[in-house]
Design a binder for this molecule. Structure first.
Ligand code: PLP
Length: 359
């Protein structure tokens, strides 16, 4: 009979280990630098598109294929729409990809320090994984991944380190790894990484996943996309339609289309985030922080003398939320999302006071 302590729950329920999202508390005057949201509001064209789409047509189901959005993304990358898949946030695409590609007899390979949803999906789908250690500089060593595997997944730039791999290294891996899917999670690529999208035509086992949550400032809309060979895309469609045929609602499709088409907004805001990141990195180094080289919209930093948890608590008391991971090797680090210049200055100033430095 059931070994579960609660007979109402499924037999394998204990296997689930849910992802813990960054806090979204309601504190007055809170500065939220903990979930890598964009400090700027989305393109005004997005808001206008939602207004226009909010009409009687909401009584109708949305286009299950998100065709117009797929076409716009395909056009932007000079690809056929059959190479684009749309999901309810890139988290959902990752889930479908893990289900479609990584349930194998051979193990999935992923970095030991990485996006914490990967182990969650492994537990969810019963996928055996081998965690590949980062190098001493916290970089991913892709040469280590040239071994038997049932799939490879990593984020580039990596999370929570922010460190980017040159796309030439991804290509070198793809040249030798042809029999399993290589999934590159490019959630942060617009902030300074090199995209692997240029490689999808030559490599039918490469899937690149991006999101509108970070660089398009649409975390609340829940839209992500994947780019890869039509064979991979159609496998994702199969998983999707075995689960939910309409994950992207009408408003989200209209809004995401407007976001993709507003290149000027993207260019302007990403340059502002990058400039604020570089300036904050310099200021934190002056306060004796070690700052990993970031190509993302956050910094991963540790102080040379003061424990991470002490700084985390001090910031929280001052109404500034950052993220800390209680994991081996990185438990002294803080992950700080890049805010506006004024928000970065508030953070810098608060850290300086906590460290007993004036100014
Ligand atoms: C934020 C993030 C995602 C998820 O993005 P959504 O599209 O909002 O689901 C995926 N991967 C990484 C590495 C992220 O940081």
């Amino acid at each position: 009979m059931s070994t579960s302590p609660n007979p109402l729950l499924s037999r394998d329920f204990e296997r689930l280990t849910p992802y813990t999202p960054g806090e979204q508390p309601r504190i007055a005057d809170l500065l939220k630098l903990n979930t890598n949201e964009n400090p700027y509001g989305p393109s005004p064209a997005v808001i206008e598109a939602i207004r226009r789409a909010a009409d009687d047509s909401l009584r109708l189901y949305p286009d299950p294929a998100s065709s117009r959005l797929r076409e716009a993304i395909a056009r932007r990358h000079g690809l056929d729409p059959s190479m684009v898949f749309i999901g309810n946030g890139s988290d959902e695409i990752l889930a479908h990809a893990f289900r479609a590609f990584f349930v194998q007899d051979r193990p999935l390979l992923h970095p030991d320090i990485t996006y914490s949803f990967y182990p969650v999906y492994c537990a969810f789908f019963g996928i055996d994984a081998v965690r590949m250690p980062l190098g001493p500089d916290f970089g991913i060593r892709l040469a280590d991944y040239e071994r038997e595997n049932g799939g490879i997944v990593f984020a580039n730039p990596n999370a929570p380190t922010g460190i980017a791999l040159p796309v030439a290294q991804v290509e070198a891996l793809l040249r030798v790894n042809r029999d399993s899917v290589v999934l590159v999670d490019e959630a942060y690529v617009d902030f300074g990484g090199e995209s692997a999208v240029a490689l999808v035509r030559q490599h039918p086992n490469l899937l690149v996943v991006q999101t509108l949550s970070k660089s398009r400032s649409l975390a609340g809309l829940r839209v992500g996309f994947a780019i890869g060979d039509p064979g991979l895309v159609s496998a994702l469609e199969t998983v999707k339609s075995s689960f939910n045929s309409y994950p992207i609602d009408r408003l989200a499709q209209a809004a995401a289309l407007a976001a993709i088409e507003d290149e000027a907004w993207l260019e302007d805001t990403r340059q502002r985030v990058i400039a604020a990141r570089e300036s904050l990195a310099g200021a934190l180094r002056e306060l004796d922080f070690e700052v990993l080289p970031s190509a993302a919209n956050f910094l991963f930093v540790r102080h040379r003398d003061v424990p991470g948890v002490e700084l985390f608590d001090g910031l929280r008391q001052a109404g500034i939320l950052v993220r800390r991971f209680d994991l081996p090797r990185i438990d002294q680090f803080l992950r700080i999302s890049i805010g506006t210049p004024a928000q970065c200055e508030r953070l810098r100033h608060t850290l300086a006071s906590l460290l007993g430095r004036d100014g």
